[in-house]
Design a protein around this ligand. Structure first.
Ligand code: ZN
Length: 347
């Protein structure tokens, strides 16, 4: 009835049901970005709160509890996420649920919405955890992405996880375990979420009527939801210009490219370039390409011109760039610097 899992999640859903009899206080769903972890955890949350879950563990979709849940109105449910994700439900394209009543129109200030989960958001949970639950049932907190917790918030959450309140289940979702505090990790039961097979992902993308689905899927490392989001994004011409530039490294082109792309989120450009470097490296070592098969010819030509050591250094500095890409002092200078370094590898 209320099963709207992605087609690649049925097996893992069954696996999760085995945890139900002795439910841990905290479960951490982890795996690649863009495979539907959050929607999955959300369905699990609904099923935990449902008054008459079905034999396969899915929520019934019709009880009072499910009704509240689907309107983000359930008194025993809290969702904790960075402010920047508010209002993105409709854009996720996963058809997991509606977004009614989710306060998405609360543009409180002109300040850019935060990308972090802040301590106030964790503190706000304590009131919630101190009142009794509807019909003495469970209380569920869904928190994502866990790596968005800033240090103060992570420490506050840790205190809660160390002394878990009764009848409360924390569901966390994370794209990168290595960015979480080890102490948080050790308090959660880890639950791995799989990447769909290529066939599953392609079938789903075709259902969404995505053209050139294979290109998008490869560029996103096999993650269908990010592939879908990219296929719908408006900045595609700019990304193509960027990739085109990478095929022809040079100083003039670098300066021009930086000028054109200075309004593009810098972190995204770093990620695009990182995958590009990874493909160059992979082609050099083994003649294979993962992310940009349609640029195979260009990548092969470039791989022949560059030294392995230089590529390794470029990959390393690309990681460092990624760490500061969220707040560059000047986007244009940042991109220039990145592309000039890139050009120098081939000089
Ligand atoms: Zn129900």
């Amino acid at each position: 009835m209320s099963n709207s899992l992605f087609p690649w999640q049925d097996g893992v859903w069954q696996q999760l049901q085995q945890m139900r009899a002795r439910l841990p206080h905290a479960i951490l769903f982890h795996g690649a970005e863009g495979i539907g972890k959050t929607a999955f955890a959300e369905q699990f949350a609904q099923s935990l709160l449902c008054e008459q879950p079905q034999a396969d563990g899915h929520a019934c979709g019709v009880c009072g509890s499910c009704g509240w849940f689907m309107q983000y109105n359930h008194p025993d449910y809290r969702r904790v996420r960075p402010e920047i994700l508010d209002g993105e439900d409709a854009a996720e394209g996963d058809g997991a649920d509606g977004e009614a009543g989710d306060g998405k129109k609360t543009a409180k200030s002109a300040k850019a919405p935060s990308k972090e989960i802040k301590i106030d958001q964790i503190r706000a949970l304590s009131g919630f955890m101190n009142i009794s639950t509807h019909r003495q049932g469970q209380r569920v907190v869904l928190l994502y992405p866990a790596e968005a917790l800033n240090t103060a918030a992570a420490n506050a959450l840790l205190k809660t996880l160390e002394e878990p309140p009764p009848n409360t289940v924390f569901l966390l979702s994370s794209n990168s375990l290595d960015r979480l505090l080890p102490t948080i990790l050790s308090r959660c039961r880890k639950f791995a979420m799989p990447l769909p097979s290529r066939e599953q992902a392609m079938a789903w993308l075709r259902q969404q009527e995505v053209k050139d689905a294979d290109v998008w899927l490869a560029e996103q490392g096999g993650a269908p939801l990010t592939a879908y989001a990219q296929s719908q994004s408006e900045g595609r011409e700019l990304i193509d210009e960027f990739l085109q530039h990478l095929t022809r490294p040079g100083i003039d082109g670098a300066l021009k490219c930086a000028e054109h792309l200075q309004k593009t989120p810098v972190a995204e450009l770093v990620a695009w370039q990182q995958r590009w470097l990874y493909d160059l490296f992979s082609f050099k070592l083994s003649g294979t390409i993962r992310y940009y098969p349609r640029y195979e010819k260009a990548l092969a030509g470039l791989a022949a011109k560059v030294e392995t050591g230089a590529l390794l250094r470029a990959l390393k500095s690309s990681n460092e760039r990624r760490a500061i890409a969220e707040h560059p002092l000047s986007a244009r200078l940042f991109i220039e610097d990145m592309l000039l370094d890139y050009a120098a590898m081939f000089a």
